[in-house]
Design a protein. Structure first.
Lengths: 191, 107
């Protein structure tokens, strides 16, 4: 029995030490994935908490057909994308409110996102990349995030996204092309 | 360097800016916050359950069902003492004519 299986068994028995160990092992992975998708530290923290609450409550539904990390990635991505959708709905509502008279500047014009793990000299370019990433379709954004920021291989991404290796390669290709287009338009307007 | 080349260089820099990125870590005391949320989730489950039972659409049919069950039980139990009393009254008469019953002459 490997470490992961032992942890899952502990979790299924309701052992608190098992849950603490899972959190110690995976909290950075979950938080980093969430923050890269939602691009907001507070929201990412909220999502991380939600992910671990779900892990605790639904560990018995985990059949062990995939790795624990794969399962955690799936929950995190699903929660982060749901969060994004909710935020977009709120943003539309805020826009309507602003037309009527109310003001909600923070929701309408979110502040520039700086990923905490990026080197200082690259922060400006990275902020521009993250801005462009927000405009990609969900699947392309997830594939790019998992590969470039989480350092996952195409094979692992295929498992996480429950798709084929070929589909991941295609998603990555389209993500890079779209990002280049978006960045080109951005820099062309800037200069 | 012309404008297009300059832009292409910036694009490459932007795409490569996330190479070797370090993992971001959550704020401290995440475990405490998760446990607090777990307790809240458990409380919410009870609140949801009581809220569900308390809804008129569930509560009223539930109450009616309970009354019907009670009335049925009472009706069936009324019939039962009658049959037991007839059995009891029949018992001595059968004992009376039984050879196995000991009489004072047997002692």
């Amino acid at each position: 029995m490997n470490q992961s299986e032992a942890l899952i068994n502990k979790l299924k028995r309701g052992d608190q030490s098992g849950f603490t160990a899972v959190m110690d092992l995976y909290q950075d992975m979950v938080y980093n994935t969430a923050i890269s998708i939602v691009q907001n530290a507070d929201d990412a923290d909220d999502i991380t908490q939600e992910v671990f609450v779900q892990v605790y409550l639904s560990i018995n539904s985990f059949k062990g057909e995939s790795k624990l990390s794969t399962w955690l990635y799936r929950i995190t991505i699903s929660k982060a994308l749901d969060h994004e959708k909710r935020k977009k709905r709120k943003k539309r509502f805020a826009f309507v409110q602003s037309l009527v008279g109310g003001q909600d500047n923070e929701q309408l014009h979110p502040v520039e996102f700086n990923h905490p793990g990026i080197q200082l000299e690259r922060k400006e370019r990275a902020a521009e990349l993250f801005k462009a990433l927000k405009r990609l379709p969900d699947k392309q954004r997830v594939a790019f995030t998992l590969h470039k920021i989480e350092g996952q291989s195409y094979q692992e991404i295929a498992e996480i996204m429950n798709t084929s290796l070929y589909a991941v390669e295609s998603l990555m290709g389209r993500a890079k092309t779209n990002l280049k287009k978006l960045l080109f338009n951005y820099y062309e307007e800037k200069f | 360097m012309n404008k297009k080349e300059n832009i292409n260089q910036l694009i490459d820099e932007a795409i490569n800016s996330v190479e070797d990125v370090k993992r971001a870590a959550p704020m401290p005391f995440l475990l405490t916050r998760v446990y607090a949320r777990l307790n809240k989730a458990k409380e919410n489950m009870w609140e949801k359950a009581t809220g569900f039972i308390g809804r008129p659409a569930i509560a009223i049919p539930g109450l009616i069902l309970l009354i019907v069950i009670n009335v049925t039980v009472v009706i069936f139990n009324r019939a039962d003492p009658f049959t037991t009393s007839t059995e009891q009254s029949a018992q001595p008469s059968s004992d009376e004519f039984s050879d196995a019953v000991a009489t004072i002459y047997d002692i």
